[in-house]
Design a protein around this ligand. Structure first.
Ligand SMILES: NC(=O)c1ccc[n+]([C@@H]2O[C@H](COP(=O)([O-])OP(=O)(O)OC[C@H]3O[C@@H](n4cnc5c(N)ncnc54)[C@H](OP(=O)(O)O)[C@@H]3O)[C@@H](O)[C@H]2O)c1
Length: 236
């Protein structure tokens, strides 16, 4: 809770897809939801759409690969709320579909790791200090079943490795702050109908966001350092 008595939730990469749906559901739950996107026009249009449904939403620009952009969001939160209760690290790219680990271009590998892994890490570094101050926080890292080493096969190495490392980061971070009331978990939304998932995916946006919302609203005795799909632990 911030001084104004609101629970503050930040969602990255929320102008479309699973991030957008996550904002819809968090705001419908009564949380003051900061919908962020790297493209300001797209993000503002997304907020306008959701405001028509009711709910409490604010737009702020955020490119997770740009430290200055993250700093501007930190300053905005510091000046207005001094608080961040929920962080959903959703922003992601999948730009090496089907490529072999032996020839995926290094710039593709780099962009994927910078967005999917380092972006989430830098957001945690920026916002977990707010959570520590208020002794409350829920971090949800939106990973993928493709990041599970238990079922990992060939191809799409950049994407798979980025999610694998995100999962490792989740374990390390959760252990380091296990004595606090900050829960850090990672999850797989399943195959969801979005620009990334494509039109043949079996899951709706609501199904994809369900476990995110569950993890974002865990009670104080809820799990931390876990990897979940459909609200259940899955193999690393
Ligand atoms: N859909 C699936 O089946 C599926 C399955 C497993 C996991 N996931 C994961 O779920 C998350 C959301 O995926 P989605 O299906 O909703 O994908 P999506 O429709 O492609 O949306 C991805 C979002 O991430 C944003 N983004 C990319 N790079 C960014 C950056 N540097 N800074 C800020 N935002 C950035 C995009 O912004 P722009 O509009 O500006 O590009 C977009 O808003 C991803 O992490 C993805 O890996 C999805």
């Amino acid at each position: 809770m911030n001084p104004a008595g609101k629970t503050i939730a930040i969602v990255t990469g929320a102008n479309r897809g699973i991030g957008f749906e996550t904002c819809r559901q968090l705001s419908q739950l009564g949380f003051l939801t900061i919908l962020t996107s790297r493209d300001e026009n797209k993000g503002k249009a997304a907020v306008e759409l959701l405001l028509q449904e009711g709910g409490d939403l604010i737009y702020h620009q955020l490119n997770v690969t740009d430290l200055d952009s993250i700093s501007r969001l930190v300053s905005y939160i510091e000046e207005n709320f001094q608080c961040c209760d929920i962080l959903v690290n959703n922003a992601g790219v999948f730009i090496d579909r089907g490529r072999s680990v032996l020839d995926v271009p290094l710039d593709v590998l780099q962009e994927t790791l910078e967005t999917n892994f380092l972006g989430a890490l830098n957001m945690c570094r920026a916002f977990i200090p707010f959570m520590r101050k208020h002794q409350y926080g829920r971090v949800v890292n939106v990973s993928s079943g493709m990041g599970s080493i238990a079922s990992m096969g060939g191809s799409s190495a950049a994407y798979k490795l980025s999610k694998l490392v995100m999962n490792g980061m989740t374990r390390i971070m959760a252990d380091e702050i296990k004595d606090t009331n900050i829960k850090v978990n990672t999850m797989a939304p399943g195959w969801v109908r979005t620009d990334m998932g494509g039109p043949s995916a079996p899951r709706s946006l609501a199904q994809g966001a369900d476990t995110i919302i569950w993890l974002a609203t865990l009670p104080d005795d809820g799990p931390t350092g876990g990897f979940f799909e459909d609200r259940k632990p899955i193999a690393w």
